[in-house]
Unconditional design. Structure first.
Length: 323
């Protein structure tokens, strides 16, 4: 379906039910939150964000939480389940979660905690006025991958070849590699694409990684990597080269350095969108936001083991330093 057709379909189908429901009595609003990996800290941040606006789960709002346990294939069923419950707002995260929500409903307002560029996908007219039933926050996924390569090159200046760890089958792999290739050419670094199946056989995965010659490793965004951080840590240990990953993986000891968006802050911020919708705003008119806060994590123990000296400037701006 073409972008214009999607926008027209979504826009024409919007019949926002909140005002009508308000006339039916004091019905407690229901929020459907469904996520790919289990992230208790982030869920608590979302609930805290709701409380900032006076929405208390179990009192004046009910939050239906569904967890796919890291299995993206379960997301469409979870979205359909929440739509069947007739929730007032759907809330989700990641590319797969947003697509599951879009396919499940064109009527129920949907808040994207973090996800893809809806304009590029044809699911929003523009960032200022999405024009459909989905709004929320997007982040620079492909650009972040390129930025990680630049940071890694600054920490390992002798690096001429970098491995790029990707989850096999991730629909964003090609665009991520495209952005990284542009950065790599400027840095005169050759990229080695490494796609792994997670969950999968650890020994075969380590065999593939171990046979790849590289001077550094960039770990890309993938739900499965977060859910299986111990496997990623095993891959990093096998490579024995400087590595950089999303902050959450570095915090779990699965990379030397972490750089990216602060997902916990984005979860809390998403409550702003939910509050507006519950108070009658149309998501078609609520601007999609992009993050302005980024997080840096440094694992000094891993750096010392590899003989890498982290510059004081990096340590000073780090949000978390692991000794």
């Amino acid at each position: 379906m073409k972008r214009r057709e999607i926008i027209t379909l979504v826009g024409g189908a919007l019949a926002w039910p909140l005002a009508a429901r308000a006339q039916q009595g004091k019905r407690i609003a229901r929020i459907g939150l469904f996520l790919p990996p289990p992230r208790n800290l982030e869920v608590e941040a979302f609930l805290a964000g709701l409380r900032d606006f006076g929405w208390v789960d179990g009192e004046n709002v009910h939050v239906e939480i569904r967890d796919a346990g890291g299995d993206d294939s379960r997301l469409p069923a979870l979205a359909a389940e929440l739509v069947a419950l007739n929730v007032d707002v759907l809330v989700t995260a990641t590319f797969q979660g947003v697509l599951a929500a879009h396919r499940a409903t064109a009527k129920i307002p949907t808040v994207m905690i973090t996800g893809p560029d809806l304009v590029t996908l044809g699911l929003a007219a523009n960032l200022a006025r999405p024009g459909g039933n989905i709004t929320g926050q997007t982040f620079f996924l492909t650009e972040l991958a390129a930025k990680r390569l630049e940071i890694l090159a600054s920490l390992a200046p002798s690096m001429t070849r970098a491995g790029v760890l990707l989850q096999r089958g991730n629909p964003l792999n090609d665009s991520t590699m495209s952005a990284m290739t542009t950065a790599a050419e400027a840095l005169k670094v050759e990229l080695r694409r490494i796609e792994v199946s997670i969950p999968g056989d650890l020994e075969s995965t380590l065999s593939v990684v171990g046979s790849t010659s590289m001077g550094g490793l960039v770990i890309t965004e993938a739900n499965a990597f977060v859910t299986n951080a111990s496997l990623v840590a095993a891959i990093v240990d096998k490579c024995r080269v400087p590595s950089i990953a999303p902050p959450i993986l570095a915090s779990r000891g699965a990379a030397m350095v972490g750089y990216g968006v602060d997902f916990t802050a984005m979860f809390r911020r998403s409550a702003v969108f939910v509050d507006k919708i519950l108070k009658g705003a149309n998501p078609a008119d609520i601007p999609i936001e992009q993050p302005t806060r980024f997080k840096t994590v440094v694992n000094l123990k891993a750096a010392k083991a590899l003989g890498v000296e982290i510059p004081p400037t990096v340590l000073l701006r780090a949000d978390e330093v692991m000794e």
